[in-house]
Design a protein around this ligand. Structure first.
Ligand SMILES: *Cc1c(COP(=O)(O)O)cnc(C)c1O
Length: 456
């Protein structure tokens, strides 16, 4: 057999022409979104004041397995895609494992993460619809950066509500967003009713993704020609991210490689969902028996310790109700460095697949995550994002298990981004100041108490 190269590249012509929609293949679909006012399933019209029309169609589409990627979006993708699948030969050697480790690298663009894949699509559709302005939230800053890049490209104005602790910890993220023309407001802020309310109740509040979402949605609702866009959790975002999994599958297929294990970090579930979708479709059809593993931080463990329940997507309780694994929209993650993985809920698609036993989940503590990040940086030459390093941790652990058993498993994981803007966290790790925070029962109960009391 031909030796597998260090990097498997696809050509520009091999860039997928469609996204993949795993819901079309799932035997049981995720529950529909519920309108909290009527307790009936959301219609497209319910969602129209907040989201772009074409994205609503994708959001509600449970029947088409493939959705065409418009030429205007493929043109954007070609600036930084197809992204490589890398065989981690150096890491394998260092671990002295018979396992074969592959990773799909999404960090080769200025935003430094996979988030650009959905940003490009969402802004393209907003422009096509004649909108002039978008609002969003950003936690660690990758989504805000990605969206600012796409808005600059397609010509749309952008306001980003950035979680206050991140805005303070990452001034350079803010500067990149501004370079691309985005306006950044630290959340919670005095610019919205919901922000004022949160500040009145808790003046020192460092913010959360849930708060920032509420603020950005409020502004979208009261501004003409403006909509809100979200960088994770929602079905259409996961669909856009399937460019990752389809490219990965095409690259591995060239060398006849089928993964035994696929690992992804899970914040809102979009990169994981995007990476596994085409492989999951084959699994549901009985064509493979891949083990899929979602990895989340021990400080925000929605899959491993949350409830499968209808919940709001934001702290202000303004979104439709989604059935997902959740810690409750009132859950406040400890101000640690899990960055983009600090979200109380989880993609309804990932939640349903997990609930039905198609994937497993595990949680990891952050010093162990940074141990893995450091090993990876040294072996593979890429400084990984802390979020991505959750997946690296479990990939290393699985490879070490193979060392015990002598099995030469094929392990694929998603390397979602680079960590250049996360040096505060790396510094805390090097200085021995990083703590391993595990959510306690009291905090968890407080989150669960915030779950809507609905009988559905
Ligand atoms: C946002 C982000 C994540 C987590 O988001 P998902 O929607 O769960 O994919 C992971 N890695 C990086 C680098 C991110 O920016």
């Amino acid at each position: 057999m031909t030796k597998i190269p260090y990097k498997i590249f696809l050509s520009e012509d091999e860039l997928p022409k469609t996204w993949h929609n795993v819901r079309a293949v799932m035997k049981e679909k995720p529950d529909p979104f519920i309108n909290p006012a009527t307790l009936k399933p959301c219609t497209a019209d319910d969602l129209r004041p907040v989201f772009c029309d074409e994205l609503i169609e994708q959001e509600l589409n449970t029947t088409d397995e493939f959705i065409e990627i418009p030429e205007g979006i493929r043109d954007f993708y070609k600036m930084y895609r197809p992204s490589p699948v890398v065989r981690a030969y150096n890491l394998e050697r260092m671990l002295d494992t018979p396992a074969k480790i592959y990773y799909k690298f999404e960090g080769q663009n200025t935003s430094g993460s996979h988030k650009l894949n959905s940003a490009a699509a969402q802004v393209y559709y907003a422009k096509k619809q004649g909108l002039t302005h978008l609002t969003t939230e950003t936690g660690a800053g990758q989504w805000g950066t990605a969206l600012a890049m796409a808005c600059a490209f397609y010509g749309i104005e952008l306001t980003v509500y950035m979680v206050k602790v991140s805005a303070e910890q990452k001034p350079h993220r803010r500067a990149v967003i501004q370079t691309y023309g985005g306006k950044v407001i630290a959340s919670p802020s005095e610019t919205t009713e919901v922000g004022k309310k949160i500040l009145a109740e808790n003046p020192g509040c460092g913010g959360s993704l849930g708060c920032a979402i509420s603020e950005a949605m409020e502004v979208a609702l009261k501004t003409d020609n403006c909509r809100y866009v979200l960088g994770s959790v929602l079905n259409h975002v996961l669909v856009h991210q399937t460019i990752i999994g389809q490219e990965a599958k095409a690259a591995l297929d060239k060398y006849g490689v089928t993964p035994d294990i696929i690992i992804g970090c899970a914040g809102g579930g979009s990169n994981l969902g995007g990476l596994i979708s085409p492989f999951m479709a084959d699994k549901i059809r009985g064509k493979n028996n891949i083990e899929f593993i979602a990895v989340e931080p021990a400080s925000c463990p929605s899959l491993t310790r949350g409830k499968y329940a209808f919940d709001f997507g934001d702290t202000g309780k303004t979104t439709p109700l989604m059935r997902m694994y959740t810690l409750g929209s009132g859950f406040m993650p400890s101000p640690n460095h899990a960055g983009g993985l600090r979200y109380h809920g989880m993609s309804p698609i990932i939640s349903k697949l997990y609930h039905d036993g198609y994937l497993t989940a595990t949680s990891v503590e952050q010093t162990k995550v940074f141990d893995a990040a450091t090993i990876f940086a040294k072996c593979e030459g890429t400084l990984p994002a802390p979020e991505s390093s959750h997946a690296i941790r479990v990939a290393i652990d699985e490879a070490l298990k193979c060392k015990e058993t002598g099995e030469a498993k094929n392990i694929l994981f998603g390397l979602t981004g680079t960590g250049y803007f996360d040096m505060t966290a790396y510094t805390a790790y090097h200085d021995g100041k990083m703590t391993d925070y595990i959510t306690n029962e009291k905090e968890k109960q407080k989150g669960f108490d915030s779950l809507p009391k609905v009988d559905l």
